[in-house]
Every structure is written in structure tokens, then in C-alpha cells.
Design a protein around this ligand. Structure first.
Ligand code: PLP
Length: 359
């Protein structure tokens, strides 16, 4: 049996490492998880759901969609929940693209877009990104009648850069009408900029834009796999037809509802990030390294390409001290490492190790 074209071209996604062999203590700053974990209310809700694990979940995640709708003032009928936003990002090319079609994304954009295009036997098209920020004009120049999906991570992982609301409006206006624009706003809750929109506006007002979101980041529920998409009814209808009928488990739904209702806790997590992201940037820069400006919960650190202070050498040195960062060679950034904002202790350990490395 031969898989359909594209499948064997997929290099399986490798998540952030969790172990540092030999280190007495480890600080996992490799997957942009929330260092503060979920709201205690989400943990309680998860535990309370345990007694019902013999029952199938409510398949449409209705209560969760209502809770999301109330929080963001969105119509729950135009929301679909997924097994992580990953599931939805994978399903969109299956619905809208196939052999002979093209799927656009930015050169250093989130890796899943390429995998999702290949899984649908569509052609992934990486568009150059000279300044480590998604280049709307370059995307528009490359779009053709064959372009069925354009993915934009906003903010983008691993660069931390973002596109303004007006940039995205311009992108939408310039893309072919038959091309679905997917705005992946996994880190939206961390962004603190007046000219940013998570994609709500375009998803609400245009017939061909969908926004994806996740509970894996600020809500601290990465292990439970809950994401959602908001978009035009026909797109949500199509996603509902192809998703697994019970794609979000009951404990995950319960925990996500409690998490999104606890906005005081979300604010607490955003404030932690707003304190420690600039702290990390300042101290890593003072240690003699370059960091990219980031609006997410992570930073891209650039290392010299040659000599004894390379990204690979830093990674090895930090691992020995239990500080686990993320290599981003797979994103076309072999001379950089990505660090997630951690707990105070994790951040201080990372900076101390980087300072020692740079001495
Ligand atoms: C830009 C971006 N989109 C989507 C995801 C996937 O999130 P989820 O856990 O909801 O599948 C990630 C996770 O790292 C991400 O960085």
C-alpha cells in the first residue's frame, strides 16, 4: 500500500525536549507552555469530570463554545472546537486544498502548515521572510488562482513578530476570493499592542477568513488538547463534517470552560509574561546576544554562525545546566534558539546559564 502523494514527504513534527540528562533540576522552556499552569478552577473541573469517563463527551462542545462566545462576544454557532488547534489546522487543507493546489505560508512560519498541506496532497509554498516578519506583499505576489489557503501565524512562532490589523486587512483584500486566509492566533492573549487584532474582525466580516485559537498557551491546558476556530458558517460547517465526532474529551471541555471563565487568572498569567518577557530580553541582550522583539510568550535568541558561541554550543551548555530551550533549525533558523518565558526561577536559571556561556 502506498500513501497518497505528500504523506511520505512529511518530516514528522518533533516537539520541544522535556529531559536534560544528568541535570539535577530542569527548566523546560522549549514548548511555549504556560509556566504558571492552569487556573486552579480548571484543575478542579477536570477532576470533577473524572467520574463520567465511561460516557462519551457532548460531541459539539456546546457549553465550551458558549463560554468562548460569551468571553469574546462571538456567536457560538460560528465556533468549532478541535483536539488542539492543530487538528483544525490539519483539517482546513483537507477541506479546501488537494493535488495541484497550493498552500502559502511564511518562510519561518509555524511548521504545522507545511505538514498539513502535504497531508492533503497539496503543494506547500514557503514565501521568503527577509526581516523575520511575515511579509504581506511577498505573500500577495506569490498568490495565484491555485492558492487555496494562506496561513498566517499572528504572532508567529518562533519569531515572536506580528502583523498589524491593517496589514492583515490588506492581505485579505489582495488574496484571491477563493483562497481561505487562516489567521492562527495561538498567542493572542499575550499581545499587548493597539494595532493588533487576533483575526476576529476578518473572520466575522469576510466570507473566507478563519481564526484559530488554543487553550494550550495562556490557559495552560496543553496536555488536554483543546483549540477552536471562529469563522464563516460554511467553513465551520465543513470543519464539523470532517472532525472526529468526539474530538474534545469531556474533562478537556470541562477544564477549558473553567479556564476561560477565570479571566482574573488569565490576566495574572498575562501580567507575569509582561514582566518577564522584557526582563529576559534585557538580560539576554546584556549578555551579548541578539534577541528579536516578541509579542508572544517566547523570544528568539540569535547566536554567531561560527566560533565557539554558536546556537548548537549554547544548547549543549544550557542542557548540562538543566535549561532546555528549543532549536529552530527546522524553521530555517539554524543560528537561533527559542526560549519560552518561564517561572521566575526558570528565567533566572536561563539567564545565568547564558551569561556563563557568553563569558
Ligand atoms: C503558532 C501556533 N499555532 C498553533 C499551535 C498548536 O497549538 P495546539 O496545542 O492548540 O495544537 C502552536 C503550538 O505551539 C503554535 O505555536
Amino acid at each position: 500500500m502506498k500513501p497518497v502523494p505528500g504523506i511520505l514527504d512529511i518530516a514528522p513534527y518533533i516537539g520541544g525536549r522535556a529531559e536534560a540528562e544528568g541535570a539535577a533540576r530542569t527548566f523546560k522552556l522549549s514548548s511555549n507552555e504556560s509556566p504558571l499552569g492552569p487556573s486552579p478552577k480548571a484543575i478542579e473541573a477536570f477532576k470533577a469530570a473524572a467520574g463520567q469517563m465511561h460516557m462519551y463527551p457532548e460531541g459539539s462542545a456546546l457549553l465550551l463554545r458558549k463560554a468562548i462566545g460569551e468571553t469574546f462576544d462571538l456567536n457560538p454557532d460560528r465556533i468549532v472546537c478541535g483536539n488542539g488547534s492543530d487538528e483544525l489546522l490539519h483539517l482546513l487543507p483537507q477541506i479546501y486544498a488537494g493535488p495541484g493546489d497550493e498552500v502559502l505560508y511564511s518562510e519561518h512560519g509555524f511548521l504545522v502548515y507545511k505538514l498539513a498541506a502535504l497531508a492533503a496532497s497539496a503543494k506547500p509554498i514557503s514565501v521568503p521572510e527577509p526581516n523575520l516578519i511575515t511579509d504581506v506583499d511577498a505573500l500577495l505576489r506569490r498568490a495565484t488562482a491555485k492558492t487555496k489557503i494562506c496561513f498566517v501565524a499572528n504572532p508567529n512562532n518562533p519569531t515572536g513578530s506580528y502583523n498589524t490589523a491593517s496589514d492583515l486587512r490588506r492581505l485579505r483584500a489582495g488574496l484571491p476570493a477563493e483562497c481561505l486566509l487562516v489567521v492562527d492566533a495561538a498567542y493572542a492573549e499575550y499581545v499587548n499592542r493597539n494595532d493588533y487584532d487576533a483575526g476576529v474582525e476578518l473572520a466575522a466580516t469576510t466570507p473566507n477568513t478563519v481564526m484559530t485559537r488554543t487553550f494550550s498557551k495562556i490557559y495552560g491546558l496543553a496536555a488536554l488538547r483543546v483549540g477552536w476556530a471562529y469563522g464563516p458558517e460554511p467553513v465551520i460547517d465543513a470543519l464539523n463534517r470532517v472532525r472526529g465526532p468526539f474530538n474534545v474529551s469531556s474533562p478537556a471541555q470541562a477544564a477549558a470552560i473553567a479556564a476561560i471563565k477565570d479571566q482574573a487568572y488569565v490576566k495574572h498569567c498575562a501580567a507575569h509574561n509582561a514582566t518577564w518577557l522584557p526582563w529576559l530580553a534585557e538580560h539576554i541582550t546584556a549578555a551579548g546576544l541578539q534577541v528579536r522583539s516578541s509579542v508572544g510568550n517566547f523570544l528568539l535568541i540569535e547566536f554567531p554562525a561560527e566560533g565557539d558561541k554558536t546556537a548548537a554550543a549554547a544548547d549543549k551548555f544550557l542542557m548540562q545546566r538543566g535549561v532546555i530551550l528549543r532549536g529552530v533549525g527546522a524553521y530555517g533558523l539554524p543560528n537561533a534558539l527559542r526560549i519560552s518565558v518561564g517561572t521566575e526561577e526558570g528565567n533566572r536559571a536561563a539567564v545565568a546559564a547564558l551569561e556563563e556561556f557568553m563569558k
